[in-house]
Design a protein around this ligand. Structure first.
Ligand SMILES: NC(=O)c1ccc[n+]([C@@H]2O[C@H](COP(=O)([O-])OP(=O)(O)OC[C@H]3O[C@@H](n4cnc5c(N)ncnc54)[C@H](O)[C@@H]3O)[C@@H](O)[C@H]2O)c1
Length: 276
């Protein structure tokens, strides 16, 4: 039997790759979704759902959209590495609008964070969710800030949040690194379902990857959600093993190719920031 949330769920970034998957899955469960994005919704809006075009920079529009919602699944914003000025509005100001709306409505937030919030951890490390944030670019920096914003709103206002450090959420792994970082669409959808239905999440951080034996990541707060991934990248090992970049920096770090973008450091890689 499936549970239906008592209040509607607001989904930002609904027109994006992950938003469309979530729309299909959650509407299929019979949930009432308020979909929003700055881009038109490319599919038919499912029964029981509405779509409203809005810019995350528009705080009044976001407050209106969140009215009556008990959960905000926040997938909107710049989703790749871009210059500082481009990420600032959607990912920082927009995020502030999301948390203010959640505070006003007493809603919970699931925030689509990223492995790029911790991308400069080396691949040889196995890290837990309470590891140091080590963003690998301006995009990752916005996700690190977003996790901190969740923490501040929990301590100061009691707003619950789930920050999901998504690894690589695509139909299937396409390179060797994804044997560690891949998150299946199914596992993402079930994670959002559990994060919405859980009795209490407090301020949680979750590693967004499937049950991959080559994972870089260890402990997190998933027990509060009752979520366990069911899929695994292991099944694709034969397909992608050996698909590597050949670049020392990219292969050293968990963030992969993003660590290399605009990389100007001379004199080799630094030592670990916080010891072993
Ligand atoms: N796909 C992955 O592997 C992955 C990995 C890590 C994190 N994430 C995060 O998950 C979320 C969704 O990722 P995705 O792959 O679906 O990306 P996507 O780019 O397909 O979707 C993002 C959506 O946000 C919308 N958007 C951008 N600026 C906006 C604005 N100013 N106002 C309103 N909407 C705006 C875009 O129109 C787009 O539809 C993003 O926050 C991304 O950072 C994804």
């Amino acid at each position: 039997m499936t549970d239906i949330p008592a209040k509607p769920v607001l989904l930002t970034g609904a027109s994006g790759a992950l938003g469309r998957q979530l729309t299909r899955y959650l509407s299929g469960l019979g949930w009432t979704l308020k979909l929003t994005d700055i881009a038109p919704f490319p599919d038919a809006v499912p029964p029981g759902c509405t779509f409203t075009k809005a810019d995350l920079n528009d705080g009044v529009a976001i407050l209106r959209l969140a009215e009556g919602c008990g959960m905000i699944l926040h997938f909107g914003g710049v989703s790749v590495e871009r210059p500082f000025e481009e990420v600032l509005g959607p990912n920082i100001r927009g995020l502030y609008h999301i948390y203010e709306a959640a505070r006003r409505e007493g809603a919970r937030v699931l925030m689509a964070s990223s492995n790029h919030a911790i991308g400069f951890h080396e691949r040889s490390e196995k890290i837990d969710a309470d590891c140091a944030q080590l963003p690998d670019g301006y995009y990752g920096l916005t996700k690190a800030y977003a996790e901190l914003m969740g923490r501040m709103y929990w301590f100061k206002h009691g707003v619950e949040s789930v920050s999901v450090r998504i690894g690589s959420c695509f139909p299937e792994p396409t390179e060797q690194r994804m044997l560690s970082t891949w998150l299946s669409y199914g596992d993402l959808c079930r994670l959002c379902e559990r994060a919405t239905l859980a009795a209490a999440t407090e301020c949680a951080i979750i590693w967004g990857c499937s049950n991959n034996s080559r994972t870089f990541w260890g402990k997190d707060d998933r027990d509060r959600l009752g979520w366990q991934p069911q899929d695994s990248a292991d099944a694709y090992a034969n397909q992608v093993m050996g698909k590597v970049s050949g670049d020392d920096v990219i292969e050293a770090y968990q963030g992969g190719g993003y660590t290399r973008i605009d990389y100007t450091r001379a004199g080799g890689m630094p030592g670990k920031l916080f010891g072993d």
